[in-house]
Design a protein around this ligand. Structure first.
Ligand SMILES: [Cu+2]
Length: 130
């Protein structure tokens, strides 16, 4: 019985190790939403402490709708400079959409506000083009 438990534990451990070894990092993507008109919809997720989108680009005055889908862990998506540009901290598998107006030009940083995550690399650039 004891041996069986040991074997099972080892099996689970090995599967975990293999799973980790073959999880490639998400390719950091730039979403350029400066073309076209209407509401700019941008989707972002994460793998570990990395957002799937490293750079988002919109035009000044654009209404932007960001949908964050949590790919694992507890995270949020926050952009301090614009009113309403912040999700709640959500759990794996959940998603939340926020809408805001990119009312000034510049280069800003979006990030996850869970302590330590931004420092660990969970951030990206939000560019508002004049
Ligand atoms: Cu986070």
């Amino acid at each position: 019985m004891y041996l069986l438990v040991m074997k099972t534990t080892l099996k689970i451990g090995l599967s975990l190790l293999f799973a980790l070894a073959f999880v490639s990092p998400l390719a950091a993507e730039t979403v350029d939403a400066t073309g076209g008109s209407g509401v700019k919809e941008i989707e972002v997720t994460n793998r570990g402490l990395v957002f799937s989108v490293s750079e988002m680009r919109v035009n000044v005055g654009d209404t932007v709708r960001v949908t964050y889908t949590n790919g694992g862990g507890r995270h949020d998506w926050v952009l301090d400079e614009f009113d309403g540009a912040q999700t709640d901290v959500i759990k794996a598998g959940e998603s939340q959409t926020v809408e805001f107006v990119a009312d000034r030009a510049g280069s800003f940083e979006f990030y996850c506000s869970v302590p330590g995550h931004r420092q660990a690399g969970m951030y990206g650039t939000f560019v508002v083009v004049e």
